[in-house]
Design a protein around this ligand. Structure first.
Ligand code: NAD
Length: 332
């Protein structure tokens, strides 16, 4: 693609979007080193402007408090944008089981609103951040990008819908869209309702942690820095209309993950409370990253044990970040 001078990052006050924004502004991605970043974020319960504090003073950052479903506002922001990286979403499976209306609004309608505005404005590249959950569940082997989509939760169904809408704008209108489908992210600034920060912060406080079902569900773990690096490669050189899986290469059962977190925080299995399984809990996720590796030279760079130790250290040292969030969201 042509030189990028302005990037629109939706959901840039959330966990992954804020990491991507900080990395762009810190010069981690040479292709985007001088680019201005507009963050568009609704600041839902999961959005937190403090996540951008480390780059707050950058004159290349503009923060806009707004909703991706608002067509007029989105159209206005899209002028002069070379690249859209679309993270904004309702992202928590358990919340989608309790109620899915917001998921359809933000994830489906919001994505369509952005795609249309990007098309109207002639944006040079649109990266839609999707998830491996759109594939469903897999007993053995790994999904390639051409695997059928069989999402099982309202969250993953809404993500699959937006993922297909993104593809349709490439096929129908020729909008230069790439879709990325990544595995479970972990790292600093992750909202403490997700398993790693929830478990770490509970364990640090001597509280119980809830382990779903038999604890044998398998997830592939991807450090947020590797995920954002993969997205940067796709943004720079991914082929328009293509889908790229992004994985971390460390598959663990939830029990194995819990064991590591107990060790890291000096607790034992008496801190673990088995709870009824999540409805329709996908048994295993596993992405084949052969395509992004071969075409764009991607490989995960953060070894899991090192990434996890740094993540636990970050939550240990940043209580003032997560304590108010847990209190506000009434997370045990
Ligand atoms: P997050 O919940 O931490 O952040 C989402 C952000 O989007 C928040 O800042 C929120 O305020 C914002 N937002 C929500 N609705 C909005 C709206 N209508 N308009 C504007 N902003 C809105 O999520 P995350 O973990 O950073 O995930 C980012 C993206 O990556 C999502 O699309 C998610 O589906 C995808 N993803 C995440 C993971 C993971 O492990 N976290 C894995 C696969 C894919």
């Amino acid at each position: 693609m042509n030189a990028v001078s302005r990037i629109l990052v939706t959901g840039g006050a959330g966990f992954i979007g804020s990491h991507f924004t900080r990395q762009v502004l810190n010069g981690a991605y040479p292709a985007f080193s001088g680019a201005e970043v507009i963050v568009l974020d609704k600041l839902t319960y999961a959005g937190n402007e403090e996540n951008l504090d480390p780059v707050r003073d950058s004159d290349r950052l503009r923060f806009v408090h707004g909703d991706i479903c608002e067509a007029e506002e989105v159209a206005e922001l899209m002028h002069g944008v070379d690249l859209v990286v679309h993270f904004a979403a309702e992202s928590h499976v358990d919340r989608s089981i309790a109620g899915s209306a917001e998921f359809v609004l933000t994830n489906v309608v919001g994505t369509q609103t952005l795609l249309q505005a990007a098309l109207d404005a002639g944006v040079g590249k649109f990266v839609h951040v999707s998830t491996d959950e759109v594939y469903g569940t897999i007993e053995s082997g790994s999904w390639r990008e051409d695997h059928i989509l069989e999402p099982n939760s309202p969250y993953s169904a809404s993500k699959a819908s937006s993922d297909l809408l993104a593809r349709s704008y490439a096929i129908t209108h020729g909008l230069p869209v790439c879709v990325t489908r990544c595995s479970n992210n972990y790292g600093p600034y992750q909202f403490p309702e997700k398993v790693i920060p929830l478990f770490v912060t509970n364990l640090l406080d001597g509280k119980q942690v809830p382990l779903y079902g038999d604890g044998l569900n398998v997830r592939d773990w991807l450090h947020v820095d590797d995920h954002c690096y993969g997205i940067s490669l796709v943004a720079e050189a991914g082929k328009a209309g293509e889908i790229y899986n992004i994985g971390g290469g460390t598959e663990l059962t939830n029990k194995e993950l819990t064991e590591k977190l107990l060790e890291a925080t000096g607790r034992d299995w008496s801190s673990v409370q088995p709870v009824e399984d999540r409805k329709a809990h996908d048994r295993r996720y596993s992405v084949d990253i052969g395509k992004i590796s071969a075409e764009l030279g991607y490989a995960p760079r953060v070894p899991f044990d090192k990434g996890l130790a740094e993540t636990v250290a970050w939550y240990t040292e940043n209580r003032e970040w997560w304590e108010p969030l847990k209190e506000r969201a009434a997370l045990a």
